[in-house]
Design a protein around this ligand. Structure first.
Ligand code: URA
Length: 432
């Protein structure tokens, strides 16, 4: 079984056998297969695609290249969610305690932000004292005790993906649906949950810019999970406009607390209760309608907020933050962006808005950058809203005043204001 023969087989549209796929991953991670041969295979996959069986096997081989988290000491169905990333996407921090408050078990590993998208782990670190690194036994104990823990990726989760992603990045093979799907799902399979809800974001702030690609990606990921014995569902959600009204770490935590108190922005609340209901249904905790009612009740009766406080305290954070958000890091300076023309906001170029937040210090342009937890943007007007000249469109937050001018410029350029009213679509665009 020579790598050369497997490259030619895939190049010619053939189907790789399970043992061949396993040998490729073992050989590449073990340093026996060189980058130039792996690059050729990735390009062949880019053009020829992969069958469901090939993808199921590839993804599990990638998952098993490193640590596989064992959640079997936690009773019941463990449910995870994954978002393909967006601007203002703080759903994990709402969903994890919300689902746990309704009886679900959430043992979740999350990532950091890079570029225009934010990361859950960075948001959590803006809560004073909160730990995102935890020993595996403490992580499991916490979920057994309170039903929820969210931490950063620990150990070596899917090292094959790390190596392959770095190679794809420099060989023009990132934009391949089978390769994206296997990359995302290898980490999810390794993280050990029995059920996974995928949130595939679509639009100008998302990795997937159009609905057809997003639908295909969702279908492929669902099939990979099912092939490997996981209960799967995927939602396609709108990322053509930032989610909620806040972008930036501490600002988003404040919005999470408001949402868990039942006073969040309506788009965020709608998305969160919908996703929570699907996660609870995947956990066999009732019909979709019963789970939806349970999730809404948990926002209303304070149990979801209390669960968030339990999680903060269990991870060393200051639980008082849920009553007093001034304990979160703030910004010394604010700057209001005002409308210079009237009309309706037709569109928000969401990636650019994310980049404006990065310019204020709220995110990372490179992996090495540090984050200013207090920096960010609070939007007063979003797509569909009417604006008058002089009205505030958004308020920028920063600890360095000199950052405002450029960020404001980027923000304003990202908005399209026109005379016609805009009909808003349901942010849940589809389901697989
Ligand atoms: N996110 C991932 O984890 N992998 C990809 O290939 C693309 C996005």
């Amino acid at each position: 079984m020579r790598m050369y023969d497997m490259i030619v087989k895939k190049r010619n549209g053939g189907e790789l056998a399970d043992q061949e796929i396993q040998a490729i991953i073992d050989g590449y991670v073990g340093g026996i297969i060189p980058d130039y041969q792996m690059s050729a295979l990735l390009m062949a996959i880019y053009f020829q695609g992969m069958t469901n069986r090939e993808l199921g096997t590839l993804t599990m081989a990638m998952a098993k290249s490193g640590d596989m988290v064992d959640l079997s000491s936690i009773d019941g169905i463990k449910v995870d969610k994954h978002s393909t990333g967006g601007v203002g996407d703080k759903t994990t921090l709402v969903l994890a305690p919300l689902v746990a408050a309704c009886g679900g078990k959430v043992a979740k590993m999350s990532g950091r932000g890079l570029g225009h998208t934010g990361g859950t782990v960075d948001k959590m670190e803006s809560i004073p004292g909160m730990r995102v690194e935890m020993d595996e036994q403490d992580f499991l104990r916490q979920v057994r005790k309170i039903g929820v823990s969210v931490i950063g990726q620990s150990g070596e989760l899917a090292p094959a993906d790390k190596k392959l992603y770095a190679l794809r990045d420099v060989t023009g093979t990132v934009e391949s649906i089978p390769l994206i799907a296997s990359s995302i799902m290898s980490k999810k399979l390794a993280a050990g949950s029995d059920a996974i809800l995928l949130d595939v974001k679509v639009g100008s702030g998302a990795f997937m810019k159009n609905i057809d690609d997003a639908h295909t990606l969702a279908e492929v990921m669902v099939r990979i999970g099912q092939h490997n014995g996981r209960r799967m569902k995927a939602l396609l959600t709108d990322m053509d406009c930032p989610l909620g009204v806040s972008i930036g770490n501490a600002l988003e935590v404040k919005e999470v607390i408001e949402t868990l108190s039942g006073h969040g922005p309506s788009d965020l609340e709608h998305e969160c209760v919908t996703m929570a209901a699907h996660m609870l249904e995947l956990s066999n905790l009732g019909t979709y309608d019963a789970c939806l009612a349970k999730a809404k009740q948990a926002l209303f009766d304070g149990s979801a907020l209390r669960k968030f406080q339990d999680m903060i305290i269990a991870q060393g954070g200051n639980g008082e933050v849920i009553y007093d958000t001034s304990l979160l890091p703030g910004a010394t300076y604010t700057y209001d962006i005002k409308a210079t023309k009237c009309g309706y906001i037709q569109h928000m170029q969401t990636e650019e808005i994310g980049l404006a937040a990065v310019q204020l210090g709220a995110g990372r342009a490179t992996k090495e950058d540090t984050i200013d937890f207090g920096a960010g943007i609070v939007m007063a007007k979003k797509t569909g809203d009417a604006v008058q000249v002089g009205e505030i469109l958004a308020t920028l937050y920063a600890n360095d005043e000199s950052l405002f001018e450029r960020a404001a410029d980027v923000y304003v350029q990202a908005l399209t204001i026109g005379a016609d009213p805009v009909e808003l679509q349901n942010p849940i665009l589809g389901m697989v």
